[in-house]
Design a protein around this ligand. Structure first.
Ligand SMILES: CC(C)(COP(=O)(O)OP(=O)(O)OC[C@H]1O[C@@H](n2cnc3c(N)ncnc32)[C@H](O)[C@@H]1O)[C@@H](O)C(=O)NCCC(=O)NCCS
Ligand SMILES: Nc1ncnc2c1ncn2[C@@H]1O[C@H](COP(=O)(O)OP(=O)(O)OP(=O)(O)O)[C@@H](O)[C@H]1O
Length: 199
């Protein structure tokens, strides 16, 4: 039986960074953020519902969704974020499961599901073990502002829309502290996978 690992953390805590490290061990990763982009391609059911609900001003000239604009709207209004979640999450969940099962059928002995909202959306029943990528809030804020070129208030709104990463760490089977170097992070991941007999 394949071991399914749920990888989570808070925004900009380093999930994608850790996610890439699984390549080294040839462990496949299902990326929920990538799927979230796929389910809103023009013509998809979720795309149509978003336009119906939030309006055509969210479209770029080429009819694709202006994600930056949508992000500014929903991360400023909890109710609107909830509405967006209700539209997109069913389709995201369905595709996560399809991709997970696809890798298992191909013979993978371990599959990682990289899901930012693993705990908030109660998706832990999709996985056997959980890893939280942890950073202190000041490091998180700094990295988020640098990566996405957000001002402090914009970055804080996004951080506050999720369960604090400290709380997530308490719920995890294993925690990776990503405050220092990427090498130190890689070593922690290696230790966890060794302990779980994955490598
Ligand atoms: C609001 C949107 C359009 C903004 O797009 P943008 O390209 O700026 O951000 P991106 O999708 O790359 O997400 C960046 C990070 O924001 C955080 N985030 C995204 N969606 C949410 C959400 N609904 N609630 C809390 N945090 C979120 C995650 O940590 C994610 O890794 C987009 O995030 C979205 O469609 N969100 C709803 C889907 C969702 O819940 N995605 C999370 C994976 S399940
Ligand atoms: N150990 C580290 N040292 C320095 N910079 C790091 C480290 N880990 C991650 N970063 C940087 O911090 C930023 C956030 O990391 P990453 O994109 O992996 O976070 P994430 O949790 O996947 O974010 P999101 O929730 O938005 O998808 C990136 O610019 C990344 O290069």
């Amino acid at each position: 039986m394949a071991l399914i690992i749920g990888l989570t953390g808070s925004i900009a805590s380093g999930k994608s960074t850790v996610s890439l490290m699984f390549d080294e061990f040839r462990i496949p990763v299902v990326d929920a953020d990538k799927i979230a982009r796929e389910v809103v391609y023009p013509g998809e059911e979720a795309y149509n519902k978003i336009i119906e609900t939030f309006g055509t001003h969210l479209l770029r000239e080429d009819k694709t969704l202006n994600r930056k604009k949508l992000g500014e709207i929903v991360f400023d209004d909890q109710e609107k974020l909830e509405t967006l979640n209700q539209i997109v999450h069913p389709a995201i969940r369905k595709r996560i499961i399809e991709k997970r099962d696809g890798f298992v059928q191909e013979g993978a002995s371990c599959v990682v599901l990289d899901i930012p909202l693993l705990f908030e959306s109660n998706l832990t029943n999709f996985v056997d073990k959980t890893i939280v990528v942890y950073v202190d809030e000041n490091v998180q804020l700094q990295r988020l502002m640098e990566r996405d070129e957000f001002g402090e208030s914009e970055a804080l709104k996004r951080i506050k829309s999720q369960m604090p990463v400290k709380e997530k760490a308490k719920l995890a089977d294993a925690v990776i502290n990503n405050n220092s170097s990427k090498t130190a992070t890689f070593e922690q991941l290696e230790d966890i996978l060794r302990k779980w007999d994955v490598i």
